[in-house]
Every structure is written in C-alpha cells, then in structure tokens.
Design a protein around this ligand. Structure first.
Ligand code: GCB
Length: 612
C-alpha cells in the first residue's frame, strides 16, 4: 500500500500552488565512476560552488538542449538545483503543510531541500512528493534550496528494462566505454519532464478521493470515498455540482453514494453532441481542535459513465464503442519528453481534426494534465504503464514483478478518477511466450483488477496466438502487427490473408474482443513512388488501406478498435533501421500532415458517423 493519495495539486480557497518551472542550475556527473556528486555531497552546498553549472529548462529532457553530444547520450546522474523563496505566510502559519511535488523525472530521483534528503523515487513517468514544512521553518529567512539528482540508467529490474554493457576490448573501445541497451523503440529521454511545484494544504486535509460511477435509467450514481489526514475526526461536506455550478447532490459522510437525477453522462468525442460532460465534486472539510480550526477544500472533476466488455464488444454507457484512434508519444523537437502546453493543445486539435476518439498512452503514463484534457474533450484513453521491452527472461523475475506491481499501484492511484481512462494496459510487447510469462501476467493482472474492479485490463501482444501465455488473463486482446513491413517487406498483397488469419486465430482461441493496437509503415514526408515502395507516402497509404479493408469486415463481428502506429514521428536511439527516429507518424514530428493523415481523417469521420 502506498503512502498518501497524491491528489493532483489544485488551487482552492485553502490551497496554494507555486510553480518552480523555468531555469535550474544543472550539471551531469561525468566522473569516471559517475559518482562524484555523492562522494563530494553536491547537495550540501550550492551546485555552482562545487563545479561548473549550465542553465537547464524545467520541464524538459536535457538531451537535446545543448550542442554537447555527450550530454545528449549521457547515462548516469545529472544534478538540478534551484532556490525559491517560500512565501512568509506559508512559513509562519504552523497550520499550513508545504509539499514539494515533481510531476515526473526520468528515471530514478533523489530530492534534497537545504541539503537534507526528503525523498527518492523510482520510475520515470509518475509523480512523487514530500512534505517539507518543518524543514523550511528551520531557517525561515533563507531561500529554500532544492536539489534533484536524476539517473536515467535502466537495468533488468527497472520499467522499462535495459542493461548496461561494458566494452572491455581496449583495441576497439576507449577506456571506460559502456552502452545502455534498451529493448524499446523510443529515445530514452531523461531529466525533469513535468512541472515541479510547491503547494500547500492545511494540516488537516483531504488526502484522497475515490469515485466510481454508474447509472440506472436517468439517475447517475457516484460512489465516493474521501480520506482525511491529520485529524481523527473531521466534518465533511461533499457537493456535486453541474457545469453551471448548480448543486445536484450532496452528502456529509466520508463515503457514500450521490444520486444525480436527470444525469448528464460522460460521453466520448463524436458519440454524443455534448461529449466529456464533467460535474465538479467539491469536498469541504472542517476539523476543530482545542487550539484551531482547519478548513480544506478540494474540487475533483467527475464524469459519470460505465465501461463493460462482452465477448464481442466494448461498451461505454452500455453502447458499443469502437476505438478509432492513435498511439502517441510524449515527444517533440528540443524539449524531448518535457511537458509543453502549445504541443499538448496542438495535439488535441489534430486528434479532433482527424476525428479520432481515443488513444493509447504508448508506452508509459502521460502527464496528468493530458488526461484532464481527455476528460474534458471526451477522448478515450487506454492507460499504459511503462512495461515496455520486457524481453529478457531475467525481467520476469521476482524483483521485476514486485516493482511492476508497485508501478501499477502508483498508476491506479494517480489515474483512477479519470472518466477518459477506460482500460489499463500493463505492458507492451513483452516476451509473453516465455514460460515465466504466465505467472507474471496472471499476478500482474489480478493485482490490477484488485486495485480497480471497474476497468478492464489488457496488455499489448505481438506474440503468436498459440504460444502467448498471458492472453488468458486479459479482458480485451490487443494485437500489434506489421505485415508487409517487418514481415514480407514490400508485399502489400499478403495483408488480407495474414490479417484475417490473425483475427480469426485470436478470436477462435479466446472469444474475446480484439483491438488492433498497432499497425503502420514508415514514410518520409515528400518521398513519392508509384507503384508504391516502402518509405514513400504512397506505401504508407496503401498499407493502411489494406488493413482498413480487413477491419471493415471484422469490426461488425468482434474487432472493437484500430489504433494507428503512430500519431507523429518520434525520436529513437540511433540504429540502421531508423532515419533520425521512427517515421511511422501520420504527422511529422513537427505535427504537419503526411498523405496518410487525410486517409485516416476521412475514415475516422466516416466511422464516427456509422458507429456514433
Ligand atoms: C512496435 C512497438 C513500437 C515501435 C513499433 C515500430 O511494435 O510497440 O514501440 O515503435 O513497433 O515502429 O517498430
């Protein structure tokens, strides 16, 4: 069990938020053993006093910010530091809790405040925080110095996994040469990727809220549970308001069911003229002790909807939902995986322009800010954990599995209340035909279902249907295939037969609905050939269209979705099969359309009209 609910930091009449985004001092520890920062305790003094520093923007990956190739490809500890003035009233009011929160930092992080360690965290895509109230009160006149050391090294027990390989042949490699091997196809961007914040709550505060929604006829049902920290008893007032601010239901107990008459359901984009309808659940806490009164207010957006899976269908609010959408990455020029509002809003505009109704967070949890937009716009999400590249048999061991379970704890804790999230994906393309995969996925999926009994669970497979060992445990079969690309390259004519067989085999064996969770082809924008050849825009078009013909036959039966690989071109490690990254985007990395974007657009709007 995790410590604390870690609700998304929101301002309210009782809570303040201070963003620490901007320029931080930065140094990569390039010492031979990559450990000088700890040996010399860089966190004890200002970073600039222990050696040279450069300016580094937060949030952003550090890799593409400078002209230094060793920093782009750096493996090991990097150090970030900045000073901040904490508002005097936060310090003087003993009834205020001050929390330092990092939206995400890749991969392993240690945080110090004024030279004292306050927390550490494993995992590059989920938030972590530490209460620092007492620390900052110790020396109220001084600015507060925040040091964050981040290490991007991946091992067999990290998620995603990787290995460090030392090259000891001195006739071929320089002294100390080593490489980071990875088993996934995107650049291992690193640094502080999401906002760093200070926020306050009263000493007695709303620590967590869990909502589960349902409806009967016209009545919405919001089952809720509020956890309070800091006091044995507190008075609660829970109010559910509609978009116009009218109270539609209220209660006083820490848990219960709110009934909403004439409910406005949360619907996916294009399925309803008013998609993404959100109520606001205001939790108002009052706690009285001998000396003082504490009041806390937290407002959670709530979408009322249900999700169900049958043998052949995916149901949202009991209506069949067909996923026509994309796989994405958090990836763009210069900032790498750093959260960037112009990019986020542009991507949503492109998604809506396409007529896409969904995406999968391939291959790691995306920023909470993105999921909040999905909630508001009705974009349906398959929420994937960073379990990508589980290929080595040693990554199925106990240490790996234990960590994977914790990552699911953290993911479900963070994303449980998003109506847009309709399914968990616990992994992408693991070696699921290996013998230990059966126990691994059985345990992992059972665990995830115990954390959240309201959502289906899947993982994405590219294994053979006859040998896959995890499929018995999933609710929806998600299959990736690259016919006439990685197999039979150039032979578009194999697609109908191979894709039909894929669907029939999987459905025949498991009688579960299927999503084509990836398909696609690289295309260099502006490269043309007719008849089509691989890497041209024409080939990408032709390949997609052959897939679509088969989807159209099977979607009336048990195929419940198609997610193109990929929304946009993205950066990868350097390799002979990658030309400055993966080019399977239907948009370029700069978000300009290739020819395929227009094919998809036509198709998605047609599907929306047929199924919506
Ligand atoms: C896959 C992976 C994805 C890759 C893609 C490709 O199966 O899931 O991460 O980028 O294929 O283009 O090779």
């Amino acid at each position: 069990p995790l410590d604390g609910g870690m609700l998304f930091p929101r301002e309210s009449s009782s809570r303040e938020v201070k963003e620490l985004n901007g320029l931080w001092d930065f140094r990569a520890d390039g010492s031979p053993n990559r450990n000088e920062g700890f040996e010399k305790a860089w966190y004890k003094r200002r970073l600039a006093e222990t050696g040279p520093v450069i300016e580094m923007p937060v949030p952003a990956s550090y890799n593409d910010i400078t002209q230094d190739p060793t920093l782009r490809d750096f493996i090991g500890w990097v150090w970030y530091e900045r000073e901040v003035f904490v508002p005097a009233r936060w310090i003087s009011d003993e009834g205020t809790r001050v929390v330092l929160r990092v939206g995400s930092a890749h991969y392993y992080s240690i945080v110090w405040v004024n030279g004292e360690k306050v927390t550490e965290h494993e995992g590059g895509h989920l938030p972590f925080e530490a209460e620092i109230s007492s620390l900052i009160r110790r020396d109220p006149m001084k600015p507060c110095r925040i040091t964050i050391a981040v290490n991007n090294t991946l091992t067999l027990e990290t998620l995603p996994p990787g290995t460090i390989q030392y090259m000891n042949d001195r006739t071929r490699y320089p002294d100390g040469f080593f490489v980071q091997n990875i088993y996934f196809d995107f650049f291992n961007y690193a640094g502080i990727h999401r906002p760093v914040l200070l926020y306050t709550t009263p000493k007695v505060y709303v620590d967590d809220i869990i909502v589960e929604t349902n409806f009967m006829d016209n009545t919405g049902l919001v089952r809720y549970k509020v956890s309070v920290q800091g006091a044995a008893t507190a008075t609660l007032k829970v109010t559910l308001m509609d978009k116009d601010g009218h109270c539609v239901a209220s209660a006083n107990a820490p848990s219960g069911v709110l009934k909403v008459v004439d409910v406005k359901l949360w619907w996916p984009y294009l399925m309803h003229e008013n998609p993404g309808y959100l109520y606001s659940m205001e939790v108002h806490l009052i706690a009285v002790s001998e000396s003082s009164t504490y009041e806390d207010v937290y407002t959670l957006p709530v979408g009322i909807r249900t999700v169900n899976v049958t043998k052949t269908q995916f149901l949202v609010n009991n209506k069949p939902f067909y996923f026509h959408g994309v796989n994405k990455h958090e990836d763009s020029d210069i900032r790498g995986k750093g959260l960037d509002w112009p990019l986020i809003v542009k991507d949503f505009n492109l998604i809506k322009w396409l007529g896409a109704n969904s995406f999968r967070t391939s291959h790691y949890p995306y920023a909470e800010e993105i999921l909040q937009m999905c909630d508001r716009h009705g974009i349906v999400v398959i929420d994937e954990c960073p379990g990508v590249g589980i290929k080595d048999i040693r990554s199925f061991g106990n240490a790996s599995l234990s960590h994977h379970l914790v990552v699911m704890d953290e993911l479900v804790r963070r994303d449980k209340n998003h109506p847009s999230v309709v399914m968990w994906s616990v992994a992408n393309e693991p070696a699921s035909e290996m013998p230990p995969a059966e126990f691994y996925f059985k345990t992992l999926i059972k665990h995830t279902k115990a954390l959240d009994h309201t959502r289906p669970v899947t993982y994405i497979t590219d294994s053979n249907y006859a040998r896959d060992k995890g499929a018995p445990f999933v609710d929806v079969v998600c299959v990736n295939s690259y016919f006439s690309w990685y197999h039979d390259p150039g032979h578009l004519e194999v697609i109908p037969i191979q894709l039909n067989a894929q669907f029939e085999n999987w459905y025949g064996k498991y009688k579960k609905p299927i999503i084509q969770s990836e398909y696609g082809a690289d295309a260099l924008p502006g490269l043309h050939m007719d008849p089509p050849m691989m890497f041209t825009e024409e080939y990408q078009n032709a390949l997609l269209q052959s897939y679509h013909d088969v989807f159209d036959q099977k979607r009336k039966q048990y195929v419940i979705g198609e997610l193109i690989w990929n929304f946009a071109d993205f950066m990868t490690a350097q390799a002979i099969h990658r030309v400055v990254g993966n080019k399977k985007g239907i948009f370029t990395r700069q978000r300009q359309p290739k020819a395929a974007a227009f094919i998809l657009r036509k198709r998605y709007w047609r599907l929306a009209n047929e199924t919506g």
